[in-house]
Design a protein around this ligand. Structure first.
Ligand SMILES: [Zn+2]
Length: 291
């Protein structure tokens, strides 16, 4: 077998592809031929080429999917049947097909969420220790706006995750510039938010089958603390809006259009499912209800 880079812990497959281009001295279009599995374009965030990558890295397709793609994040909020379907689809489709499945989950219609993010401290430490830096999967997830390891605000680069990999964008963190974005949320809440993303990814798949029961139990508990024997929906929605603030909610495209029982946090707690950024909605609601 010819040389191919081994994925680093939590490295996105797109980052492995970029490093392969660097190490083998090939443009992305030529790397496609090395991967030999019938797909066409390479992307930063949309997974594909599982057969070729599995052969070249000696890791199984399902290992690659679980450890090196955004699949565990995209599966947040999905009942086990839909999760299994998503897994099958991601493993078998081309990157272009998978872009359709992942765009809404990752909020790629929003400017600040559609650009590659990195942590300067991670980058500097990696360059020192391993001689190169790489793109982390966790840093690409909506809700992770500070590095879970260093608690530093992530830098947003000028590179969009949307186009296919080319000579122009096949770059590693040490080759790009970026600066933190003001998300309109205090550092402590941003850290707790990142922690809830990590926790949500690791929850057992069955958690999401009847998650609204769990949410309503928390909401009742909040009601009880306020000496009420019911879930005060309107008060909860108002408190939710106060916790995150309109600036942040607007920035992530999840502003409330009302503060009544038809507000999205109330509908989500009642079991509403499909909507863009479903995963981030669950994460914001979980943080609100549990703390
Ligand atoms: Zn870091």
């Amino acid at each position: 077998m010819r040389y191919f880079p081994t994925p680093y812990p939590d490295e996105l497959l797109g980052s492995v592809l970029i490093r392969a281009c660097h190490h083998l001295g090939l443009p992305p279009a030529s790397l496609v031929k090395v991967l030999e599995d019938g797909s066409s374009d390479l992307f930063y965030l949309y997974p594909s080429f599982f057969q070729g990558l599995s052969r070249l890295t000696n890791l199984s397709s399902s290992d690659l999917l679980l450890r090196h793609t955004v699949f565990p994040y995209a599966a947040i909020g999905l009942p086990t049947k839909r999760r299994a379907l998503l897994e099958r689809e991601l493993l078998t489709a081309t990157a272009r097909g998978n872009s359709v499945r992942l765009r809404a989950a990752l909020g790629l219609h929003l400017e600040d969420l559609s650009r590659r993010r990195f942590c300067k401290q991670c980058r500097d430490e990696e360059c020192k220790q391993i001689g190169e830096s790489y793109w982390h999967r966790l840093h690409a997830l909506p809700g992770v706006f500070v590095c879970p390891e260093h608690s530093e605000p992530l830098c947003v680069s000028g590179i969009s995750v949307l186009p296919k990999l080319s000579n122009v964008n096949a770059k590693l963190p040490q080759e790009v510039d970026g600066s933190p974005v003001d998300w309109g949320l205090d550092a402590h809440t941003l850290q707790r938010l990142a922690a809830v993303v990590l926790e949500s990814i690791a929850l057992p798949a069955e958690t999401w089958n009847d998650v609204s029961i769990e949410y309503q139990r928390y909401a009742m508990k909040i009601g009880a603390e306020n000496r009420q024997c019911r879930w005060d929906v309107q008060q909860c929605v108002l408190d939710f809006n106060r916790l995150y603030g309109e600036v942040f909610l607007h920035k992530v495209g999840l502003q409330l259009t009302s503060v009544g029982s038809d507000a999205w946090p109330a509908r989500l707690a009642n079991g509403a499912s499909s909507s863009p950024l479903l995963q981030l909605r669950h994460i914001l609601l979980r943080l609100f209800l549990k703390f």
